[in-house]
Ligand binder design. Sequence first.
Ligand code: G3H
Ligand code: 13P
Ligand code: ZN
Length: 307
Amino acid sequence: MPSPNFNTLEQMQAIIQAAVETKSPVIMQVSKGARNYANGTILRYMAQGAVEYAKELGCEKPQIVLHLDHGDTFELCKDCIDNGFSSVMIDGSSLPYEENIALTKKVVEYAHQYDVTVEAELGVLAGVEDEVQAEESHYTKPEEVIDFATRSGCDSLAISIGTSHGAYKFTPEQCTRDPKTGKLVPPPLAFDILHEIEKRLPGFPIVLHGSSSVPQDEVDTINAHGGKLPDAVGIPEEQLREASKSAVCKINIDSDSRLAMTAAIRKHFDEKPGDFDPRQYLKPARENMKKMYIHKIVEVLGSNEKL
Ligand code: G3H
Ligand code: 13P
Ligand code: ZN
């Protein structure tokens, strides 16, 4: 299922239009940063508005989850649960193992009283500054997943198999370069770890964060219109397609929406320097994000025609 982040009205509209047109369920994610940027109350009512908007667009029974992305404290998760979120993530992945379990368990015990589901994380997503060796040591250890899921009581588990956040997922040194295009070709995800986890936790919902593919046409548009994103690189879509056929049932995509929005706005400003009404440049930005979401839903995640 797609789990896009939203901070703005345009992202929310693009997500809902794409989900309705493709008959896909959707998990709308709000991060701590989004709450700081747009205000938690506004985002909550926007999500409520999203459900009504989906109905207005012709979807009789929209399946829209409002989910806290990367909650880092019990208090933040509790606040979201108390304010009507249907799902929260408690990200204790940077904590020592036992502390991650204890924090996750505390959130689960509170959340389950209100039928709110809890996503946890085990293993640390790589940062581009890491050495390959260090990244591997942060991968989720399959031998820990049964103990972690059982003792924490989490409903789904985000794992680390080589994805990372942002538009720079790998350094040029970690990639090879396609001699024809000059573009970076990233190393493959650790599917062996994913499959080992699936074996140990049959049927348990697995989550992949940091799963933007960083579309090179958007990067090129940005760079051609005054932007500067040299060697931005993401997770190839074939690998996400493969992952979506496994126990992975939630694939987090945020950077691709940022890129689609930025590319459309930069292009618009370049071509129509006289425009200054935000609706003039936010409309193509919204269209471009919608196109990207439809592509992901139909061509990559396969969550279309499910409503
Ligand atoms: O995983 C992070 C998401 O892309 C949200 O990013 O914290 O900048 O809103 P943010
Ligand atoms: P990307 O930066 O790859 O879009 O990842 C988003 C994410 O994991 C949100 O939690
Ligand atoms: Zn994430």
